[in-house]
Write a protein that binds this ligand. Structure first.
Ligand SMILES: NC(=O)c1ccc[n+]([C@@H]2O[C@H](COP(=O)([O-])OP(=O)(O)OC[C@H]3O[C@@H](n4cnc5c(N)ncnc54)[C@H](OP(=O)(O)O)[C@@H]3O)[C@@H](O)[C@H]2O)c1
Length: 125
């Protein structure tokens, strides 16, 4: 287990949905400095190009140092999009992290499938 105090979120597998713009993008810029090295950040939205631009921005700012950053271009209103996102999460070893943090900001997409994503996350391994 890594150190955890009020200034960090610890070593997280962090998933931010709706990260390509708006509030989600802002969160994706603010969260990385709170993650300790070895954390993973999974950015999800339909527009892959905007996610890649965000990833480049995080790299250029140096805030993603020590983090694995993955972009998942997926439509979370579909079962396929949810499955793709879960697949990306499953590629990380959940035992390596202190926490799994889901910031499900693309909430207007909430469907039984997105609820499935939420319910499956504790089982990611
Ligand atoms: N902005 C506000 O003042 C405010 C206030 C209170 C609450 N909220 C809530 O905060 C959330 C974000 O608001 P926002 O203003 O930041 O919205 P926004 O600018 O429209 O951004 C929405 C994000 O969700 C993604 N998204 C939309 N549909 C998606 C789908 N089917 N699958 C995957 N990703 C999808 C969009 O990316 P793609 O188009 O690339 O998929 C984008 O990254 C909303 O739920 C909103 O109700 C916002």
């Amino acid at each position: 287990m890594s150190d955890f105090n009020s200034k960090t979120l610890g070593k997280c597998l962090c998933i931010i949905t709706g990260a390509s713009k708006g509030f989600g993008r802002c969160l994706a810029q603010q969260v990385p400095p709170l993650l300790v090295a070895g954390s993973a950040l999974i950015l999800v939205a339909r527009t892959g190009q905007l996610l890649q631009e965000l990833k480049t921005e995080l790299v250029n700012l140096g805030v993603s140092q020590g983090l694995v950053v993955r972009c998942v271009a997926a439509d979370l209103s579909t079962a396929e999009g949810v499955a793709e996102t879960l697949q990306a999460a499953k590629q990380q070893n959940v035992n390596d992290y202190d926490h799994v943090l889901l910031i499900n900001n693309a909430v207007r997409t909430a469907t039984p499938d997105t609820m499935h994503l939420i319910s499956c996350l504790p089982l990611v391994d």
